[in-house]
Design a protein. Structure first.
Length: 213
């Protein structure tokens, strides 16, 4: 089975789910031929859509090549988004209209991608982060940041995503020095020096691990 759809999933009109993937590698050339012939190779990885995801009209989501393509629980994918092979969306992510996620992108819990933003292949978008409208993301984004621009750059802590859980003074206390660490590429050093609550510790740890492999 190439597509697994969970309970309570909504799929809008004219969306293409489980399309044959392709990439520019030698492995991908075979997939291009398969796509031309409309043949499905046993080497494809499935598309997994978890419970209560919402996929609006004219969305395209590919099968995987090296790992399954995954849409997490409660994700909301707006119209005309394009999600390529091996993308993994964690739970509760929001993908805006006309967003393009290139191959093997990982988007962590409750991250949000603004309309018409593009994420280069193989990158990680950290949990509780926000990518602004029209941004071009060419490097991985640590958790809890607001980024935008071409190329996308960190602008500030994304308080909006954190304030339901902590007050602003608490956020400033726990993340004191974090933004500067993100700018200087020393997130791992920040992580090792701070005693963080699990709300902050776990997403930063996941990001460091994902960005190192």
């Amino acid at each position: 089975m190439y597509i697994s759809i969970g309970k309570g999933v909504y799929i809008g009109y004219n969306s293409l789910l489980g399309e044959p993937p392709n990439d520019s590698s030698l492995d991908g050339i075979e997939h291009l031929f398969n796509y031309s012939a409309r043949e499905f190779s046993n080497s494809y990885r499935p598309l997994i859509i978890r419970d209560n995801a919402i996929i609006r009209d004219y969305v395209s989501i590919d099968l995987g090549i090296r790992r399954p393509t995954v849409i997490g629980r409660g994700c909301y994918i707006h119209s005309r988004a394009s999600i390529h092979h091996d993308v993994k969306l964690a739970d509760a992510c929001i993908v805006g209209p006309n967003v393009c996620l290139c191959g093997s992108v990982s988007v962590d819990y409750n991250a949000q991608l603004g309309a018409s933003s593009t994420v280069h292949q193989g990158l990680t978008i950290g949990a509780y982060s926000m990518v602004g409208m029209g941004a071009a993301v060419v490097s991985s984004i640590p958790p809890f940041l607001l980024v935008y621009g071409i190329p996308a750059r960190p602008k500030k802590i994304n308080y909006k995503k954190i304030l339901p859980y902590f007050s602003k003074p608490e956020i400033d206390y726990h993340l004191n020095g974090y933004f500067d660490a993100c700018l200087s590429g020393s997130v791992a050093h920040f992580f090792l020096e701070k005693q963080l609550p699990s709300f902050f510790r776990d997403p930063i740890s996941n990001y460091i691990w994902a960005d190192s492999v």
